[in-house]
Design a protein around this ligand. Sequence first.
Ligand code: SF4
Ligand code: SF4
Length: 240
Amino acid sequence: MRDHEIDLCGAENGGRSPEMPFLERDAAFSFRCAGCGGCCRGREDIVLSGYDLYRLSRRLGLPPKLTARAFCKMYIGTVSHLPVLRLMPVKEEHNNCPFFTENRCAVHEARPLVCALYPLGQEISPAGEVRYYFQATRCGGPVHQANLTDYLEGQGIAQREPLDIRWAQCCMALEQEAPAWEQTLHPVVLRRFQAKLGEALYYRYDLNRPWLEQLEENLAWLKEERTRLEKMQQNIHRKK
Ligand code: SF4
Ligand code: SF4
């Protein structure tokens, strides 16, 4: 099973290269940033987790599905075989992120994990071990010195880490199961199941309730839905 990676390259295409070593928790690192907003321009690769969408939806005061309809594109990942949600760039504005306005992030306090992490990448193993690595940038501007633990706290990443670990584990487990669905489900039933997956992972969330307990409920619901769809498929075969 491959590890779950979140970095600047996006979860579907990303991957830590050997020249990006993992950082110890007390490691110091430095990077340059001029605050030019360049990393929000021309972006077509910002992948959201279910928790990212939940946070954005709370910030915008919109149900998750409406937030996704307005700002995202969902498709089935070629690597993961799971529904993937990306922020949809604004074509008329040089493919900038839809939340990039007046040279700043309009949703800064609810920005996706990949944005909060930058210039770090995150890797989570199936066992839930989380590690961070540094992605060298070619940016200019003042040098920022940081310590990993303080950086993670300051960017709000440490606070959400348990939720991101659970999300990663859940995606890795579903990714393992995906080939079986594709082999056993009729294409029409498979499409219905993929829609249920999208609901369970991204949309079926009440913004007034904590996200994690709803993810667990949705995973149980997804199992029931799969059984129901399999029974439906068997009944159709029997009638033929
Ligand atoms: S990281 Fe680089 S591109 Fe992004 S705001 Fe800083 S200087 Fe600009
Ligand atoms: S969500 Fe905010 S920080 Fe992330 S790319 Fe968009 S504007 Fe930039």
